[in-house]
Design a protein around this ligand. Structure first.
Ligand SMILES: Nc1ncnc2c1ncn2[C@@H]1O[C@H](COP(=O)(O)OP(=O)(O)OP(=O)(O)O)[C@@H](O)[C@H]1O
Ligand SMILES: *[C@@H]1O[C@H](CO)[C@@H](O)[C@H](O)[C@H]1NC(C)=O
Ligand SMILES: *[C@@H]1O[C@H](CO)[C@@H](O)[C@H](O)[C@H]1NC(C)=O
Ligand SMILES: *[C@@H]1O[C@H](CO)[C@@H](O)[C@H](O)[C@H]1NC(C)=O
Ligand SMILES: *[C@@H]1O[C@H](CO)[C@@H](O)[C@H](O)[C@H]1NC(C)=O
Ligand SMILES: *[C@@H]1O[C@H](CO)[C@@H](O)[C@H](O)[C@H]1NC(C)=O
Length: 672
């Protein structure tokens, strides 16, 4: 009669689950502690999400939690302590090594006399070991207290009236499969399961712990015979006690079930409240998942960046030497040139000359069109002198000179950056190439005057004498207004360095080479005048300096004009494409000037300043021009003992070597 009423009362009053309540059996379950009736004292509290927190983070303060009502442990009729079993899930979060906690059975809820810290809020130095305590406890201790003869700092102990455990075991479990022992760190912040069973019939206590999610191991951690019939009171309270030694230690109970004279009911652990994130926990998340990924990503990206940098370095690598510092402003970065020419794409090739390809480019920053001449150059020899010259040439400024903007060096390559000339080179117009317009007389005459003016500047007006060395139609470029501009400076110089004693490398183009240059290898302003003379004839006649006739004989343009001059039919040599639409006076004067300039004797040639005067009409060409020697004549003379150099040239251009042992000029002079 009494039992059903009690049951009803308990359900109404306590509000927690009761199970299997019949014939001395009693059980309860806490699946989390929110809204449940549990007696707390001291520091103990229930967190918002339902965790029982025995020590709430405070220091040196005891905390207790009790099942609110006492349970009748002894059998009415036999007086023996009945079998019981309990199951709970706990988790300890602690920054420092800290005290553990106990599950206990005590006769009273009044534990006010218990001491904190090592006494675990259960006993004190007076009553420790006193039979009258009537206390049974299982301690989960993470401090090794010498006074309580603790075995280590991570143990489970069976305590009877004393904190000196009657049995203690290093925390861990036996694996069901192989029976091996696995350690568990009770303060690891991981939730763990505990089973404490007492078999009243044989007075056997067994304690088992296991990580979450694992079934109760078959072999308990510890099993000991202790007759609790001589320990516990008839009615007793069950609960947990603890006392933190230091700040911020938490002893959480996530769930708890108890069975008197029955097995502790099982708990659905997936519904238990979760422990809050604790220092090491998020770190472990970071360390175990995010950090490795981040590390891998960063290693990968670092690697990629390095590869890209190396590739970029190789791609854009240049040669820079200390001495180049002074030429800084004239130095272009390879990167800029690479981008300006779209990576030296073939579609940007303007033309291919004897020294290399010329690419069209655009410098986005300065909004400047450029022409980049890419020259392969593998010798370091003479490079410094050459660059110095390039830079000094870069300082030349004249409206009939293609401005050299700067240079760049890479391994085996040299880049010369020029102003872009939208109308290309003159030879394309002269030789009726493609769809190019035929140049009118006035255009031609203006170009001739322009180039002459440019040469005056180079030879006489600048701070030092600059010799072009390679004057010819293909090196004359046309700007937007069809002005002739001299291009291609300095390259001749590059190949001029590194002369050895026996051999002189002559640079220039066949047909434009002054005889004395071929023999001595020494370029002078007058060797430029010679080339200019050939160039003038070329522009007026619209013919190349050397032509082969049907029999394969090379006909020199000079000889042909000379012949007409001697036959007084000079105007017959004027380009027929002009269709007689030209100034006869200017043309005759210019043809004579061409011949005068290309005189085989250097002394007979005028200086560029005089040339300019003739062209401007300020001075007229002397009627008694020095007798001109035709190439045919020269060849004849050569065949009679003079060293050959002119006619044996291949018909194309050259950087050929001429041995300097036979000086034509000296021979000729000697012959006179
Ligand atoms: N500054 C420039 N602007 C526009 N086109 C240019 C420029 N420089 C060169 N070119 C073009 O590139 C072509 C090749 O020039 P390059 O000077 O290398 O050859 P070349 O004059 O025929 O021979 P060489 O190597 O003996 O000078 C020229 O014919 C011309 O069409
Ligand atoms: C909890 O249980 C005790 C003991 O039975 C009772 O006195 C108290 O009123 C209960 N509290 C609640 C909130 O149920
Ligand atoms: C007490 O013990 C007797 C004999 O072992 C048993 O029959 C009885 O059920 C027990 N009573 C309770 C309330 O446990
Ligand atoms: C812990 O509990 C004690 C005693 O109830 C209380 O004084 C203290 O403020 C609590 N601390 C926290 C952090 O809740
Ligand atoms: C608890 O026990 C102490 C003695 O240990 C006593 O002084 C105190 O009055 C008791 N408190 C209650 C609430 O019974
Ligand atoms: C336990 O102790 C009681 C009282 O001394 C005794 O009657 C009982 O037989 C003991 N039980 C066991 C299993 O030893």
């Amino acid at each position: 009669m009494k039992k059903p009423i009690l049951l009803l009362l308990q359900i109404l009053l306590l509000g927690f689950d009761l199970v299997n309540f019949s014939c001395g059996e009693y059980a309860f379950i806490y699946s989390g502690f929110a809204h449940n009736n549990i007696t707390l004292d001291g520091a103990a509290m229930v967190t918002a999400n339902g965790l029982l927190d025995i020590t709430n983070g405070s220091t040196r303060l005891n905390g207790h939690a009790f099942y609110p009502i006492p349970l009748r442990f002894r059998n009415f009729s036999t007086g023996m302590v009945q079998s019981f079993s309990t199951y709970f899930v706990f988790g300890i979060q602690s920054t420092y090594p800290s005290q553990g906690f106990t599950f206990f059975i005590a006769p009273s809820k009044n534990l006010s006399s218990a001491l904190p810290i090592q006494f675990l809020g259960l006993l004190n130095n007076q009553n420790n070991g006193d039979m009258e305590n009537q206390i049974f406890a299982v301690e989960f201790d993470s401090i090794k207290n010498i006074e309580f003869q603790d075995i280590n700092n991570n143990h489970v102990g069976i305590d009877i009236n004393s904190l000196i455990s009657v049995n203690s075991y290093p925390a861990g479990f036996y694996n069901d499969k192989d029976g091996n022992f696995n350690n568990l760190i009770i303060t690891s912040s991981e939730a763990m399961q505990v089973w404490v069973d007492y078999n009243g019939d044989i007075a056997q206590i067994s304690v088992t712990i296991a990580p979450m999610g694992m079934a109760k191991p078959l072999k308990p951690l510890g099993r000991a015979i202790h007759n609790l019939s001589i320990v516990l009171s008839e009615m007793a309270y069950v609960g947990f006690s603890s006392s933190a030694g230091r700040d911020n230690t938490r002893h959480y109970i996530l769930g708890w079930s108890f069975g008197l004279s029955s097995l502790a009911p099982s708990i659905d652990i997936t519904n238990l409240p979760k422990m809050p994130r604790f220092g090491p926990k998020p770190r472990s998340m970071v360390l175990e998942i995010i950090l490795p990924i981040a590390t891998a990503v960063s290693i990968f990206s670092t690697g990629t960046i390095i590869v890209l940098l190396v590739r970029r370095h190789l791609r854009y690598s240049e040669i820079r030497e200390d001495w180049e510092v002074e030429f800084g402003p004239h130095r272009f970065s390879y990167r800029d040139l690479f981008h300006a020419t779209e990576g030296f794409k073939n579609k940007n090739i303007l033309g291919i000359g004897g020294f290399g390809r010329v690419y069209k480019g655009f410098l986005p920053v300065s909004k400047l069109d450029i022409a980049v001449k890419r020259v392969s150059h593998d010798s370091k020899q003479g490079m410094k002198e050459f660059v110095a010259e390039v830079v000094s040439i870069g300082r030349l400024q004249h409206c009939n000179i293609v401005q050299l903007l700067g240079y760049c060096r890479r391994k085996g390559e040299l880049f010369l950056v020029y102003e872009y000339m939208p109308n290309g080179s003159l030879d394309k117009y002269l030789y009726g190439q493609e769809d190019k317009l035929i140049l009118t007389w006035s255009q031609r005459f203006r170009i001739i005057k322009g180039i002459a003016s440019g040469l005056v500047y180079l030879h006489e007006e600048w701070e030092k004498v600059v010799i072009h060395r390679d004057i010819k139609a293909s090196n004359v470029l046309l700007d937007a207004q069809m002005n002739g501009r001299l291009g291609d400076f300095g390259l001749a110089r590059l190949y001029d360095h590194g002369v050895d004693a026996q051999t002189t490398r002559v640079v220039g183009t066949i047909g434009y080479l002054a005889p004395e240059l071929a023999s001595s290898g020494k370029a002078t302003p007058l060797t430029d005048v010679f080339s200019f003379g050939i160039f003038v004839l070329e522009v007026i006649c619209g013919r190349r300096p050397i032509k082969e006739d049907i029999n394969g004989n090379q006909i020199m343009l000079v000889d042909w004009v000379l012949e007409h001059w001697q036959k007084r039919s000079l105007t017959d040599t004027v380009d027929i494409r002009l269709q007689d639409d030209y100034d006869v006076g200017e043309a005759t004067m210019a043809l004579k000037l061409g011949l005068l300039c290309s005189h085989p004797f250097a002394d007979a040639r005028p200086k560029m300043r005089q040339v300019m005067q003739y062209l401007e009409g300020e001075v007229s060409i002397p009627e008694d021009m020095p007798p001109h020697l035709s190439f045919e004549m020269l060849t004849l003379m050569q065949n009679e003992g003079f060293d050959s150099y002119v006619m044996s040239y291949p018909s194309s251009r050259t950087n050929h070597s001429v041995t300097s042992h036979g000086s034509l000029m000296s021979a000729l002079s000697g012959g006179r």
